[in-house]
Design a protein around this ligand. Structure first.
Ligand code: ADP
Length: 480
């Protein structure tokens, strides 16, 4: 048998260590799904302060070294931990990673630059693992390909390493002032690197460099792969995307179906018997302080509260929605404007609107299980995991048909009765409102049709099987 392919999967977050969004879910579940006779995957992460103590204390030291950041060298501890079928490495540096939050600091570009270089530096210290491929994710690890090519190639073995970049959200690119070229990257005298990083008048763009320097680009749904080649969704990088089209592939994310399983709900249920779901709903209504009404549709929204998620459409529809017999529960944090807006509706209509301003995974799972409908009217959505998680619980998504939402939700067709949720295309508040009304009417007036959609949704396979195969094809293609 040929040698096992070795892949180092690099991300800034991964469950169960730390998660702030979909990247955490993917980095926490895809590597395990890729593990096989043909492929060995290990994961490398920053040792962020938010990682629970039970994992921190189980980590074992591998090595201590330093990493060049511009004109200085910074401490870099390398630690390891095996969980399930995956071995993880953690890059330790208190100055960069010992913060109260994972992101949101003025020096984030320097923090991720350090991490990218630390990944490359650490390869010299891993006793039994040297990757054929480094699989990077989003802008936080986007400097790996450029640093590999321009600064690390001379080290024996490094010139054979290939790189894949996966884009989970093109909106975030890592753009900073040109001063970082010298001060952080020490690439100011390298014309090639300067050209590939150059952005606008006097800025540099980390993700852009990864598009130029990596061997393959993937993104997290086929529709988003097409959309980002257009000016409307390309965030200024559409021309490069279009040029790289033959090395760009959309692979729909999977979810951890073991973790998000209705069989593990407070009142377990499955597609053949939804009585447990009805109990979950009653419990959830009680927990959220909503009237316990079985016949009133309970809609949930679990999301970062940002404009990307289509919240302006929802804001425009709220006035009409609160006039109807429905309940809307929102779990999320983000822009103060939306937090205040939904808090105001909740204060004015406490029997209909609830806002929980928190990042609370256990509550999110109770909401996925207990709700009837899941609202996700995103303006753009690279993949979206929430709609897949909700379908697994028979909670029908109401989505705007874009990106991964388009690729994972089959919109209800009133003529054929087919569907796994409800969809609309026009980013318009009235269209959103009417789609919500259609879903609520079906829930209240045609229980049989609604139940059929629930069965269809729960029968979908959103595991990693097919997607893991596609990633293997990409790996093989770049190694050949
Ligand atoms: P994105 O990565 O753009 O935030 P995704 O739909 O891909 O969106 O993934 C979001 C993930 O984060 C889902 O697992 C969702 O359940 C979770 N999530 C989002 N907001 C919250 C919250 N406030 N509390 C708990 N989980 C949340």
């Amino acid at each position: 048998m040929a040698d096992k392919m070795k892949v180092l999967f690099a991300a800034f977050e991964a469950t169960p260590f730390i998660k702030t969004g979909g990247l955490g879910d993917v980095a926490g579940s895809l590597p395990g799904a890729l593990q096989s006779d043909a492929c060995e995957v290990r994961v490398i992460l920053p040792k962020l302060r938010q990682i629970p103590e039970k994992y921190r204390s189980a980590m074992e030291p591998v090595a201590i070294t330093t990493v060049p950041v511009g004109w200085r060298r910074q401490y870099c501890g390398i630690e390891t931990l095996t969980l399930g079928n995956v071995q993880y490495y953690f890059i330790d540096n208190e100055f960069y990673f010992g913060r109260d939050a994972a992101y949101g600091y003025g020096d984030d570009c320097e923090r991720v630059a350090f991490f990218s270089k630390a990944i490359l530096e650490s390869l010299q210290f891993l006793p039994d693992f040297f990757p054929d491929i480094i699989h990077i994710n989003d802008w936080h690890t986007a400097l790996v390909p450029i640093c590999l090519h321009e600064q690390y190639r001379q080290i024996p073995g490094y010139d054979r390493i290939k790189t894949v970049v996966t884009i989970h959200n093109l909106k975030f690119q890592g753009i900073t002032g040109e001063h970082a070229l010298g001060d952080i990257l020490a690439l100011h005298e390298n014309k090639n690197a300067r050209d590939q990083l150059h952005w606008g008048y006097d800025a540099i763009n980390f993700l852009q460099s990864a598009l130029y320097y990596s061997d393959y680009i993937t993104t997290v749904s086929p529709s988003y792969a097409e959309e980002i080649c257009t000016p409307a969704y390309g965030e200024g990088l559409n021309e490069i995307m279009a040029r790289k089209h033959d090395r760009l592939r959309g692979i729909l994310n999977g979810i951890d179906t073991e973790k998000f399983s209705p069989k593990k709900a407070v009142y377990p249920f499955d597609a053949t018997d939804l009585s447990g779901k009805a109990k979950c709903k009653a419990e959830l209504q009680k927990e959220l302080g909503l009237p316990e009404k079985a016949d009133t549709p309970l809609i949930v929204l679990i999301s970062r509260l940002t404009d990307q998620k289509g919240l302006d459409l929802l804001a425009g529809a709220m006035g009409d929605l609160v006039q109807e017999d429905l309940q809307l529960a929102i779990l999320g944090t983000g822009d103060k404007y939306y937090e205040q807006l939904f808090a105001d509706y909740s204060a004015a209509f406490p029997d209909k609107v609830v806002l929980r301003c928190a990042f609370d995974e256990p509550l999110s799972v109770r909401m996925y299980a207990g709700a009837d409908l899941f609202l996700m009217p995103s303006l753009f959505e690279p993949c979206g995991l929430s709609q897949m998680i909700s379908m697994g619980y028979g909670t029908l998504p109401i989505v705007r048909e874009t990106g991964g939402l388009k690729d994972s939700v089959i919109p209800y067709n009133k003529y054929t009765g087919e569907g796994t949720g409800f969809g609309f295309q026009n980013p318009n508040a009235q269209v959103l409102r009417d789609t919500v009304f259609t879903a609520c009417a079906l829930y209240q007036d045609d229980k049989e049709a609604f139940a059929k959609l629930q069965q269809n949704a729960m029968a979908q396979d959103f595991g990693w099987g097919a997607s893991a195969k596609s990633y293997m094809e990409v790996y093989k293609a770049i190694l050949n």
